[in-house]
Design a binder for this molecule. Structure first.
Ligand code: GLV
Ligand code: MN
Ligand code: MN
Length: 416
C-alpha cells in the first residue's frame, strides 16, 4: 500500500465552505435539484476541479465530470462521485461529503505527484434525492440506461416546472450525451444515514448492497363540503380516509418487522381551508425491505388496505406505483478493495447493507461499483441537524483514496 493520506482539515473546511450554498438558519442545507443554490455549488465545484487541473465536461442531464489524466488515457476512468442536491430540510453531508472526498483525493494525488494508470473522474450526479423531481437517482439512472432522457426532461416539480426547463435555466444542460462513456469502476463515499456504525463505534461501513424500494402516489377523492352544516355520517372526507391509510401503511411495516420500513412523507390537502371538509388528498408512500419477495407482499397489502379503507370511508382512491428498485449487491472486487483499505489503515469496520438509495446502485449496472459509509451523529440524516466528525470524513476519504489506487494497480498494472 502507498503512504498517501488525505488532508482531513482541508476536507472538513471544504464541506463547511460549501454548506453556505443553500445554508439554512438551523445549520442545515436546502439545495433542491436545479435551484439557484444548486447552480452556485456546481459553479464552485467546476472552478475547484479546474484549478485542480481537471478537464470538466457537462452532459445533457447536467451531470458534471472532472477528468484527471492517468498514464494510459485510453483506459476507462475510475470514477468517484455522489450528489450535490439535498432534501428541503437536508444536512451538510448527505451527498456532498462523497463529492468533496473525491475532490480531496484528487488534491492529495496532485500534491503527492501521483499519477494513476487509468484516468480518474470525479462526478456530480444530478437529482439523486428525488425530492423536487421524482423519481430519485434520475441522472445516474439515465447514464445507466434505466430511464430515457426525454422521460426525465418532461418531469414536473410541484409548481409545474419541468426538469429540462430548470436544467436550462441554471445553465447546466450540457452537450455531452448522457452515458457516452464507459467507467472502469465507480466508488462512492456517503454518510451511513443510520445508527449502526456509531452504536458499534466503527469508523467505516463496507457497503455490500442495498435494500429494495417501491414508491407510490395516492390520490384520495371525497367531496368538499361545509364543515359546520354537514353531519358526520353524510361526509366523504378525503383527509379521514388518508389518516386511516397512513396508519395502515405504518402497520404494514410493523407486520414485517424488524427489517421493513414504510413512510408517508408528502401530503397535500385540497382545498386546505379550516372550515371545508377536504375534498382531495394527495400523498406519497415509500416502502423498503432487503428481501424483494417481502417487499412484493408489502405491495399487495398496501393495495388491499387502501382499497378497503376507501370503501369504508366512502371515497375514491387511485394508487400509482411510480418507481421501484430491486435489492442489489455491489461488485465483489470493489467491496474487497474497500474492506482491505479499511483494514490496512487500521479503521474499525463492518459490512452493511444500505437502507438509502444511492447513485451507486444504478451505476453498479454499468460498472464495477463499491461504496464506503462513515458514521453520522445519532444516525440522523434528511434533517438539518445531520452531523458527523472530521475524523470520520477523513477516514472515509482515506479508504476511498486507497480503494481507488489499489483498484487501479490491481486492474491496470499490466497495461502500463
Ligand atoms: C435517498 O436519499 C433515499 O431516500 O434513500
Ligand atoms: Mn445521498
Ligand atoms: Mn438523501
Amino acid at each position: 500500500m502507498n503512504k498517501l493520506s488525505v488532508n482531513g482539515e482541508r476536507l472538513w473546511s471544504t464541506i463547511m465552505e460549501t454548506a453556505k450554498f443553500g445554508g439554512t438558519d438551523k445549520g442545515g442545507v436546502c439545495r433542491l435539484t436545479l435551484s439557484d443554490a444548486d447552480r452556485q455549488v456546481r459553479d464552485w465545484l467546476v472552478r475547484e476541479c479546474e484549478s485542480a487541473g481537471c478537464a470538466v465536461s457537462i452532459d445533457e442531464m447536467g451531470n458534471i465530470f472532472a477528468r484527471r489524466s492517468g498514464k494510459v488515457n485510453t483506459l476507462p476512468p475510475i470514477a468517484i462521485g455522489s450528489h450535490l442536491d439535498t432534501q428541503p430540510s437536508g444536512g451538510k453531508f448527505d451527498g456532498i461529503a462523497g463529492v468533496l472526498s473525491g475532490l480531496e483525493v484528487l488534491r492529495t494525488l496532485n500534491e503527492a505527484g501521483y499519477t494513476t494508470i487509468a484516468p480518474l473522474e470525479l462526478i456530480n450526479w444530478t437529482n439523486e434525492e428525488g425530492s423536487r423531481f421524482t423519481p430519485p437517482m434520475l441522472a445516474s439512472g439515465v447514464f445507466a440506461g434505466v430511464f430515457e432522457r426525454d422521460f426525465t426532461y418532461a418531469i414536473e416539480d410541484r409548481d409545474g416546472k419541468t426538469f429540462v426547463a430548470e436544467l436550462e435555466r441554471i445553465g447546466y444542460r450540457g452537450e455531452r450525451k448522457c452515458g457516452d462513456h464507459k467507467l472502469g469502476a465507480y466508488f462512492e463515499l456517503h454518510i451511513e444515514q443510520g445508527p449502526v456504525l456509531e452504536a458499534e463505534n466503527r469508523m467505516i461501513g463496507v457497503v455490500t448492497g442495498m435494500q429494495g424500494q417501491r414508491w407510490y402516489e395516492v390520490t384520495v377523492t371525497g367531496q368538499e363540503a361545509h364543515a359546520g352544516s354537514t353531519p358526520m355520517h353524510l361526509r366523504h372526507d378525503a383527509m379521514v380516509a388518508c389518516a386511516r391509510m397512513v396508519e395502515a401503511i405504518h402497520e404494514i411495516a410493523l407486520n414485517h418487522a424488524p427489517l421493513a420500513v414504510s413512510t408517508v412523507g408528502l401530503v397535500a390537502v385540497k382545498p386546505n381551508s379550516r372550515n371545508v371538509i377536504p375534498g382531495s388528498v394527495f400523498f406519497t408512500v415509500d416502502l423498503r425491505h432487503p428481501d424483494d419477495n417481502v417487499l412484493l407482499q408489502m405491495d399487495r397489502e398496501l393495495r388491499e388496505r387502501v382499497d378497503n379503507i376507501a370503501k369504508e370511508t366512502d371515497v375514491q382512491a387511485k394508487l400509482v406505483n411510480n418507481w421501484n428498485v430491486a435489492s442489489m449487491e455491489f461488485n465483489e472486487e470493489c467491496i474487497n478493495h474497500v474492506r482491505n483499505a479499511a483494514e490496512a489503515l487500521g479503521y474499525r469496520h463492518r459490512d452493511l447493507i444500505s437502507g438509502a438509495g444511492h447513485d451507486a446502485v444504478y451505476i453498479a449496472r454499468v460498472a464495477p461499483t463499491g461504496m464506503i459509509f462513515i458514521p453520522c451523529e445519532h444516525g440522523i440524516s434528511h434533517n438539518e441537524m445531520e452531523n458527523t466528525k472530521p475524523e470520520y470524513v477523513a477516514a472515509g476519504a482515506n479508504v476511498l483514496l486507497h480503494a481507488v489506487t489499489a483498484y487501479d494497480e490491481a486492474r491496470n498494472a499490466a497495461t502500463r
